[in-house]
Design a protein around this ligand. Structure first.
Ligand code: NAG
Ligand code: NAG
Ligand code: NAG
Ligand code: NAG
Ligand code: NAG
Ligand code: NAG
Length: 444
């Protein structure tokens, strides 16, 4: 276990660091050797602090939510897991809005002229803003989420920036599953969630979320951040080499909670199969353990990457069954650990992260076992996985390692060498620019 995290720097210190680093960055922008910015210009629209940094001041004031003050440090990466760590942080996925904002500030094709921009980024911490509706005093007014932002963009600030393309060129990040943001406007009082994505005011804006609705709408899914944020190529490569060398004595791993109720569901089936597997012989298999189970109930794994990364490093396959919602951060932790993902429905990943993990690659780097077969037809996950030939397993793991940089958020200000690998941020930006371009062509 790492030593307890050092005390949190004060909020104003974090803010100061934020401002300082944004100024140093804008001076060092042009160091990227080959940045052809044609069709890639982005303007960061100025927003008053009430839409971003002011929201962080209330980080300890949501009693039904965690106190998230400890996770704000390092521009949202959180604290390092231990002092000597270079790449590992106690990252809370909900802080992606800060992480993304920080990365935008060092994006090589920024323009201060909105008219020259191909896309306009709104540095709005919308997921954090949603907390007061989800867990705070505004719980009964969640249909209002976003209206003050709209008011500012269209009426208070210069309306020309919005009106040029009616918002079709604007984008923002909301570090939540879309599910939390699609409460019908007519639901009164709301059950759970805000109506941000249901507001016609924002239909034209591209919103990057952790999970998108099953039918295509204005949001696009991007990966949950993991705890691994290497600062340069050497740290990245030494991790990849370790993944390649590591022995993987367990066949499969499930890290998560749930599945304890008596109702049939895939998590329950996995739990039962896993409990049962201790009585099965590993004789004749190449594993010393068939199933490893890491109990992450009550969020105990969330800010403790070692707890899940260690067993994931030792597992060949990582099971990613749906829980409350189809997607999981664990999918990305597993890929980062070189563990081959096993999906039980397409909505968990294939139909979500199409920019980052192209649909046609799934057969090469993952296993699909329909959850209905497991829950209702007695198909055993162990049997499916054990029947995959060793050479095939090796090929899949190589492919996982090849996909890995695409779902990782490298550290801000990372070295040029590492910047040459496209990471989750770079791919999200590419996808967004592409989407906005085709939107603008459609309305033209
Ligand atoms: C922050 O907390 C203060 C005091 O509890 C409250 O008045 C204010 O509305 C909160 N702001 C937000 C954005 O939730
Ligand atoms: C970690 O760093 C902090 C601040 O620099 C220091 O106070 C603390 O003693 C260090 N802990 C260890 C175990 O070195
Ligand atoms: C929200 O509405 C419910 C039902 O109308 C009420 O019981 C509750 O006190 C309200 N909550 C707040 C924070 O106003
Ligand atoms: C969204 O775009 C359409 C045109 O494509 C426009 O008619 C509409 O007013 C826009 N919505 C807002 C809120 O600007
Ligand atoms: C438990 O293991 C036994 C013996 O291998 C097997 O017959 C049984 O079907 C297993 N039960 C479950 C729920 O997998
Ligand atoms: C595994 O194989 C060894 C030697 O072949 C045998 O002695 C042992 O009983 C077997 N274990 C099980 C659980 O079948």
């Amino acid at each position: 276990m790492p030593p307890p995290p050092p005390p949190l720097p004060s909020f104003s210190l974090i803010l100061l660091l934020f401002l300082l680093s944004s100024t140093t960055i804008s001076q060092s922008q042009d160091t990227d050797p080959e940045s052809d910015c044609t069709d890639k210009w982005i303007h960061i629209r100025h927003l008053p602090p009430q839409f971003n940094v002011d929201l962080l001041k209330n980080c300890s004031e949501y009693p039904l939510f965690d106190n998230f003050c400890p996770y704000l440090s390092n521009h949202g990466l959180g604290q390092k897991t231990h002092n000597s760590s270079h790449s590992w942080y106690r990252t809370d996925p909900f802080m992606l809005e800060l992480i993304f904002h920080r990365r935008m500030l060092e994006y090589p094709c920024l323009t201060s002229d909105p008219n020259q921009a191909n896309a306009i980024y709104l540095p709005y911490y919308g997921g954090i803003d949603s907390l007061k509706y989800l867990y705070g005093p505004e719980v009964n007014s969640s249909i209002l989420h976003g209206l003050d932002l709209y008011q500012y963009l269209v009426h208070q600030d210069s309306p020309n920036i919005w009106n040029k393309n009616f918002g079709h060129d604007h984008f923002l990040v909301m570090a939540r599953p879309a599910w939390d943001l699609i409460q019908p406007l007519s639901a009164d009082p709301p059950i759970f969630g805000t109506s941000f994505l249901e507001l016609p005011e924002f239909y034209n804006v591209t919103v990057l979320t952790f999970e998108a609705r099953a039918y295509p709408w204005q949001e696009r899914a991007i990966p949950y951040p993991t705890s691994f944020h290497p600062p340069n190529l050497a740290f990245f490569e030494s991790w990849v080499n370790r993944l390649r060398r590591t022995r993987r004595p367990s066949l499969m791993l499930f890290a998560g909670g749930g599945g304890i109720s008596a109702n049939p569901n895939v998590r329950r089936s996995i739990r039962l199969e896993c409990e049962n597997s201790t009585s099965m012989s590993v004789n004749g298999t190449r594993y010393t353990k068939l199933c490893d189970f890491v109990d992450c109930s009550n969020g105990v794994c969330e800010h403790d990457p070692l707890r899940v990364m260690k067993p994931m490093l030792q597992a060949t396959f990582c099971l990613q069954p749906p829980g409350d919602t189809p997607t999981r951060r664990s999918t990305f932790d597993g890929i980062l650990a070189g563990c081959i993902p096993v999906f039980f429905e397409d909505l968990s990943s294939k139909k979500q992260y199409q920019w980052h993990l192209p649909e046609e690659k799934y057969e090469e780097f993952s296993v699909f076992i329909p959850k209905e077969e497991v829950v209702f037809k007695g198909l055993r996950v162990l049997d499916v996985l054990m029947s995959i030939p060793r050479a095939e397993v090796r090929r899949m793991r190589e492919k996982v390692l090849e996909m890995m940089p695409r779902v990782m958020y490298r550290k801000h200000e990372s070295s040029l060498g590492l910047r040459s690998k496209k990471d989750a941020f770079d791919i999200a930006i590419e996808g967004t620019l592409q989407r906005i371009k085709s939107r603008l062509e459609e309305i033209a």
